[in-house]
Ligand binder design. Structure first.
Ligand code: CP
Length: 333
């Protein structure tokens, strides 16, 4: 896809036109359309997950396989990063070994910022700290658009993100993505879980600290787990009182006379933010999100491979012949 970024760190790296094309292409791929990768060789991808993952890592692995490529599982713990080599030199090494794209997940937010001006290799962010998880948000939009009969039909619909929005990278990506398609976003949860400085954006997002009000106003709920690994101070509530106040079960839906689809990026803590009964029911969309993740990630890889960006690698990149020709000390014969 011409103009598609070589570093997909966050949703703001994409133009709306890119997103619409990704939705269309994911749908084509799901319908059995063959891959479109004009490479002279097999697609080669490195995955480097410096934080745990089940869904993202393996759905990328499936997407790469379906694109008839292969992936190398780059293990930072056993790499020369441990001997003091910089991440940039590591990524350049992968590039010159012939890797086309590196997918990186890190605990640290904004780790990829430094590479945006001169990409050492094409990079997809698989989630960085509490900053961004763009591929998750894109597959969520795709799943929502399937459920509601196309992306145009989402205009005017209300999606409530419920729970630990402040520490959730998926929330930050969804906040950048959903309003572009006319979707109203409610951020719902205890006060300590609402993103800081949201007051500056109240024209864009509604905030609710009342789950009944949230359910009544919504067309879909997007639940989050409590991301305690990213908390700087302990969570004041107990899990039992969180479940009672914020956990979604059929009792709360019935009380508010609502039946609506329930989304979750996973991993879900069943019995805390969602009941087992909901997970076993047809309103639970998380399995569909996982199914769709493979097609959306195939579409993203295709788009990045075909972006026609030639400026990847070292900024001192020169072919050896040029260097020798211009170097009088080497031209003494
Ligand atoms: N949604 C998501 O990122 O899940 P994993 O942490 O299992 O990859």
């Amino acid at each position: 896809m011409v103009g598609f970024p070589s570093i997909l760190e966050g949703i703001k790296d994409l133009k709306k036109g890119h997103i619409l094309q990704l939705l269309e292409r994911a749908e084509d791929l799901k319908s059995g359309s063959p891959a479109r990768l004009p490479l002279q060789k097999s697609l080669a991808v490195a995955t480097s997950f410096l934080e745990h993952s089940t869904r993202t890592k393996h759905s990328f692995a499936m997407a790469i396989k379906r694109l008839q490529g292969f992936h190398i599982d780059f293990q930072a713990e056993n790499s020369s990063l441990k001997k003091g080599e910089s991440l940039e030199q590591t990524l350049l090494t992968l590039h010159y070994q012939g890797i086309d794209i590196c997918i990186i997940r890190t605990k640290q937010s904004h780790l990829l910022d430094e590479f945006k001006e001169h990409p050492p290799i094409k990079i997809i962010n698989g989630g960085d700290g509490s900053n961004q998880h763009p591929t998750q948000a894109l597959l969520d939009l795709y799943t929502l658009s399937e459920q509601f009969g196309g992306v145009e039909s989402l205009k005017g619909k209300t999606v409530a993100i419920v729970g630990d929005c402040r520490h959730s990278r998926v929330t930050h990506s969804l906040m950048d993505l959903l309003p572009q398609f006319g979707i109203n976003v409610i951020l719902s949860g205890p006060k300590e879980f609402i993103p800081q400085n949201i007051e500056d954006e109240t024209n864009k997002f509604q905030v609710s600290n009342d789950i009944d009000e949230t359910i009544k106003m919504s067309d879909a709920l997007y639940l989050l787990r409590i991301q305690s690994e990213r908390h700087t101070k302990g969570f004041e509530d107990t899990l039992t009182s969180y479940k009672d106040s914020w956990g979604i079960d059929f009792e709360k839906l019935r009380k508010n006379e609502k039946s609506l689809p329930i989304y979750h990026p996973g991993p879900a803590n069943i019995g805390v933010e969602v009941s087992q009964e909901i997970v076993d029911s047809e309103i639970w969309m998380a399995h569909e999100q996982v199914r769709n993740s493979v097609y959306m990630r195939m579409a993203i890889i295709e788009a990045m491979i075909t972006n026609e960006d030639q400026k990847i690698g070292s900024i001192y990149n020169k072919v050896p012949g040029d260097i020798c020709a211009g170097n009088s000390r080497l031209n003494t014969k």
